[in-house]
Design a protein around this ligand. Structure first.
Ligand SMILES: Nc1ncnc2c1ncn2[C@@H]1O[C@H](COP(=O)(O)OP(=O)(O)OP(=O)(O)O)[C@@H](O)[C@H]1O
Ligand SMILES: [Mg+2]
Length: 355
């Protein structure tokens, strides 16, 4: 039974792969939304146009589509570089399948996958698995430290009572204070362990709240550029945990810049994307950008691991905790250095599955 054309278009409309359909004269008859997104072209503008007019700089591509049409054979091309009209280019893996009716080739269906997406999956998987393993072993260790620490502090207190004002109290005070400091550190290592209480969270409200907190910590007022997308939807999230995660990332940016430094907070809606192998129709992206010197090269690969720090007074837990919190919301944090700017990119689905 053949599928009515309208239904066929509906089906390809909803798939993640970019699909373009050309007739036997190489004129575009259909492109789905994933295709429009990948090529940054709209169906309305290019429908009926010749392939060479749509992608003028894609010689190799046009040849392969034509070859598939004439030979009535499917073709695959890996790592094909498509120069797009808007001076961008994408590298795609492509499959061309001729659509035969009564042995006549009516149309060619072109499927395209962004070749970078596989690399992205691998990168995200790495971040997730290794990071989780490192955090688990650290949490185990932290529990082991916590118990004797209580005993140590208790013994120092008893000793202090015995000393009854003797000048040696100075030493028991050091033991007690240092035990308290270690306990705070250990608590930070163990958290976040709290249950989540998801509510409708407004990301801009969370960012403003965090900015207020870090602004209060600084003596000079911060130079912050807000590049917010006003149409950003609310997301289902635990507000407190989001605050903690953004606080850790934004505080790092504040610590990285000097008095002339600038921080940009940029929010955007991302459509049809995969985050850690889950496909989402809509996700939210927040970039925390600063013009400081960037992460020191020697720790660049490990900043999301616990205890990795480039600052003398740092504990190296901030990003590891932020990553855990964002990941438990189905999201991810990535670091990139772009045009002399430090970019921490936080991706969050609108609603996440707890699996
Ligand atoms: N925006 C940034 N610019 C430059 N380096 C950064 C930035 N954010 C993080 N880093 C580097 O990554 C390291 C790890 O950051 P992380 O927040 O995990 O730990 P920390 O800031 O050292 O300590 P804390 O536990 O107090 O947050 C930092 O020490 C710093 O060297
Ligand atoms: Mg930090």
């Amino acid at each position: 039974m053949s599928l009515p054309l309208e239904r066929a278009h509906q089906l390809i409309e909803n798939i993640y792969t970019a699909v373009l359909v050309f007739d036997k004269d190489l004129r575009l008859t259909h492109i789905n939304t994933a295709g429009e997104n990948l090529l940054s072209l709209s169906q309305r503008k290019i429908s009926g146009q010749h392939l060479v007019d749509i992608l003028p700089a894609a010689g190799n591509f046009a040849e392969t589509v034509e070859r598939s049409l004439l030979s009535k054979q499917p073709y695959m091309e890996w790592g094909m570089n498509l120069d797009l009209p808007n001076a961008r280019s994408v590298i795609v893996d492509c499959t061309m399948t001729p659509w035969l009716v009564n042995d006549q080739c009516k149309e060619v269906i072109v499927e395209m996958v962004d070749a970078h997406s596989y690399a992205k999956v691998l990168r995200e998987e790495n971040l997730t698995n290794l990071h989780e393993a490192a955090r688990k072993s650290l949490q185990g260790m932290a529990h082991e430290i916590k118990n004797p620490l209580g005993g140590l502090r208790g013994a120092a207190q008893l000793l202090e009572q015995e000393l009854k004002g003797n000048e040696l109290v100075e030493y028991t005070q050091i033991i007690i204070n240092e035990a308290d400091r270690l306990r705070n550190l250990v608590d930070k290592m163990i958290s976040p362990n709290g249950k989540q209480y998801p509510v409708d969270a407004n990301i801009h409200e969370v960012l403003e709240y965090v900015l207020n907190l870090v602004d209060a910590e600084e003596s000079d007022s911060l130079n912050v550029v807000r590049d917010y997308d006003p149409s950003l939807p609310v997301i289902k999230a635990d507000r407190e945990q989001l605050i903690q995660a953004f606080l850790n990332v934004i505080r790092n940016a504040v610590q990285a810049i000097d008095e002339d430094g600038q921080i940009t907070l940029r929010s955007r809606i991302i459509r049809r994307t995969t985050i850690r192998q889950h496909y989402y129709k809509i996700a939210v992206q927040v970039e925390v950008i600063d013009n400081g010197p960037g992460v020191p090269e020697e720790i660049e690969g490990g900043i999301f691991y616990p205890m990795v720090t480039g600052r003398a007074e740092g504990t190296g837990l901030g990003l590891s905790i932020a990553q855990s919190l964002i990941q438990s919301h189905g999201g991810i944090i990535e670091y990139e250095r772009v045009d002399d700017r430090t970019v921490f990119r936080i991706l969050l689905p609108i609603e996440y599955r707890n699996d």
